[in-house]
Design a protein around this ligand. Structure first.
Ligand code: UGA
Length: 437
């Protein structure tokens, strides 16, 4: 089929590369010229494992093209995916300005019957608004249908997730539109859930809110474990074996970040508020998460007092491993708090330093090697569980730090292992390891 994807962000790019891989002819449009030029030259503007080779493959075989030209992109596709950003406004509500602009643009340029599928995460009711705008602006001889197709990809494994997701959700009241969408996704052999538009929109928010709740729940259990002498890893394993609970998203740490959970949880609280429902559970989830992100600073101050002029190695800047995304990253928050406390920070990350620099500038020093970050540091804070960090030889801490104090916000090392080294080690929901000898 001829498909256009509007928006070359992480959702848009993964969608267009993977749809081309499924055999469709895909045009990806974005208003950012430099981004499109980069993509036309086969380079991905984001770090996402497996994405760049897929983009290059389909650029070369002619099934994928990139453009900034609306006429070229919208005049005759059979399907248009909307994958533009829906950022957060200052009050926590969703900013739909890009959705409005793209909807008006699509309405202006379409010349043939088309299915418009919304991949962007949008509050319940937004697809009805998109419908209204489209229907009020297109000529009566063109048939356009709007379908909600929420996205469940995770950054860092988005290409894998596209082909191996748990479900596809299609929200439409039109059986013909549902059948076309089912044809697109049938080759993936992933269960397809067809529902009405508003339920599809809600499935997206409820999924992210539930996963965020699981994380804040396990983090609260971790905080209690620390006080009662239990071990969160053992507890999480023990409860995760119950099939009704499941083992995933029970990893305690310094909370959730990224472009989705923090934004979507706030948006759902707002959405509930709009219909006069106070979503107290989710409000607590957000509150717990904010506290969790500050834990390394609290633990550091408890251990060494003032952080003024203390040399701190911050390991990991991205909000999770395998991505260069630092949006709402706990690490960025920690870096800012450390600076406020007067600490001297040197941060390591294998991929995310360029993006972190855009936020933190020269308020901290950057290290492209873990050893350089640790060199002469008095405190090391682990903020992201990159494989590079998890598998580092543990003797580097005492080799490069004089009297190592490690605060591990992601429980990267087994306690049995770390106990073999002359370090003070504090993690989340587990006993502290005190330097021996
Ligand atoms: C999340 C969802 O998992 C995707 O299904 C969804 O499509 C996406 O948001 C979105 O709405 O676009 P993502 O933000 O890429 O995906 O990352 P996750 O792997 O879900 O992790 C989110 C945060 O939770 C990270 O900061 C991670 O470190 C943290 N986390 C995750 C934990 O602290 N513990 C866990 O057990 C799992």
């Amino acid at each position: 089929m001829k498909i256009t994807v509007a928006g070359a962000g992480y959702v848009g790019l993964v969608t267009c590369a993977c749809l081309a891989e499924l055999g469709h002819y895909v045009t990806c449009i974005d208003i950012q010229k430099e981004k499109i030029e980069m993509l036309q030259n086969g380079r991905s503007p984001i770090y996402e494992p497996g994405l760049e080779p897929l983009l290059q493959k389909h650029l070369q075989n002619g099934t994928l093209q990139f453009t900034t030209d609306s006429h070229q992109a919208y005049s005759n596709p059979e399907i248009i995916y909307i994958a533009v950003g829906t950022p957060e406004k200052e009050d926590g509500t969703v900013d739909l300005k890009y959705i409005h602009v793209i909807t008006h643009t699509i309405a202006h340029y379409i010349k043939n019957d088309v299915l418009i599928c919304t991949k962007s995460t949008v509050p319940v009711g937004t697809n009805d608004l998109i419908k209204e705008i489209i229907y009020s602006r297109i000529p009566s001889n063109i048939k356009a249908e709007v379908v909600a197709t929420p996205e469940f990809l995770r950054e860092g494994s988005a290409v894998f997730d596209f082909f191996h997701g748990d479900r596809i959700v299609i929200g439409t009241d039109n059986p013909e539109a549902a059948s076309i969408m089912e044809q697109i996704y049938l080759p993936l052999k992933i269960p397809i859930i067809t529902t009405d538009i508003r339920s599809a929109e809600m499935i997206k928010y409820a999924s992210n809110a539930f996963l965020a709740t699981k994380i804040s729940f396990i983090n609260e259990i971790a905080n209690i474990c620390e006080k009662v002498g239990a071990n969160i890893e053992e507890v999480a394993y023990g409860i995760g074996q119950d099939k009704r609970i499941g083992p995933n998203f029970l990893k305690a740490g310094i909370g959730f970040g990224g472009s989705c959970f923090p934004k979507d949880t706030k948006a759902l609280v707002q959405l509930a508020g709009d219909v006069e429902h106070s979503f107290e559970l989710l409000e607590s989830v957000i509150k717990v998460n904010n506290h969790q992100q500050s834990l390394p600073i609290l633990k550091a101050k408890q251990k060494i007092g003032s952080l003024h002029n203390k040399k701190v190695a911050l390991l990991g800047l991205s909000f999770k491993p395998d991505t260069d995304d630092v949006r709402e990253s706990a690490s960025i928050k920690i870096a800012k708090e450390l600076i406020q406390e007067g600490a001297i920070v040197r941060a390591y990350d294998p991929i995310a330093i360029p993006n972190a620099k855009k936020v933190l500038g020269d308020t901290i020093e950057y290290a492209y090697d873990i050893r350089f970050a640790l060199h002469e540091a008095e405190l090391a804070i682990i903020a992201t569980d990159w494989e590079h960090i998890k598998h580092v030889p543990l003797d580097i801490f005492h080799t490069f730090m004089e009297d190592p104090i490690i605060i591990d916000g992601r429980n990267c090392y087994p306690l049995r292992e770390i106990q073999k080294y002359p370090v003070t080690y504090m993690s989340i929901g587990r006993a502290n390891v005190h330097k021996s000898g």
